[in-house]
Design a protein. Structure first.
Length: 229
């Protein structure tokens, strides 16, 4: 009986060791630290341009993004950064409100190429398994904007000068802040931004109409949708 008991104890010990070895060698699929994705953002935009009364319009942005913790080896790191590359569209309407005559219905249409957003994100629940909330803030720089604003002055001896809103090549710089929820593949967010569209060209007094570059201030509110690979 004693020998049988010892044999059973030895058998249970071997079975337990074998099970622990199997558990130890089991492969656990880890979450990616660095993620690539596609982000879409849209919402209302309002403008401020000297000499013009501006009506709000809409904006839309599309980016390829890369997101990673500041310490990729630590998936529980609350600080993340995100960099994107894409393009955008801003639209609206403006009417001359300064001295002299103006032409109503001046469209604002700016298309940004090579748009580069950079953001820092703080994850509120870094241990979350279903999804994670984050507060984000960053900058947005676009070195090539088609349609940056300028004021065109048309000279008329009989009726006085009149003014229209022209477009130039320029750049845009902006600041953004937002709140987002991101799961394994999908993310949604809301946010606001403030920026400036600045023409590259200088004043032109050698042709008619004469043009004067004018910086446009832009205030936006929007929602975003993201898919991460």
């Amino acid at each position: 009986m004693r020998k049988l008991t010892l044999a059973l104890c030895a058998l249970f010990t071997l079975a337990a060791n074998a099970q622990s070895d199997l558990v130890g060698t089991r492969k656990v699929k880890k979450e990616k630290a660095t993620k690539l994705g596609v982000s879409l953002k849209a919402g209302p935009a309002s403008y401020s341009i000297d000499g013009f009364d501006c009506d709000g319009g809409m904006f839309a942005e599309a980016f390829f993004t890369i997101n990673s913790p500041f310490k990729p080896s630590n998936l529980e790191c609350p600080w993340h950064f995100e960099v994107g590359f894409g393009f955008d569209y801003y639209g609206g309407n403006a009417t001359w409100a300064g001295k002299g005559r103006g032409e109503g219905g001046n469209d604002i249409m700016m298309i940004g190429l090579f748009d580069i957003p950079v953001a820092v994100k703080y994850v509120l629940n870094p241990l979350g398994t279903r999804g994670k909330w984050n507060i984000n803030a960053g900058i947005n720089f676009c070195p090539l904007v088609v349609g940056a604003t300028s004021i065109e002055t048309h000279e008329s001896y009989y009726s006085g000068d009149w003014h229209t809103l022209g477009s130039e090549m320029g750049m845009r710089f902006g600041l953004n802040i937002g709140l987002a929820y991101e799961a394994k593949h999908f993310g949604v967010g809301i946010g606001a931004g403030y920026g400036w569209a600045i023409p590259y060209s200088s004043s032109d007094f050698t042709s008619s109409p004469t043009t004067s570059p004018e910086t446009a201030s832009i205030l936006t509110y929007g929602a975003s949708l993201k898919y991460m690979f």
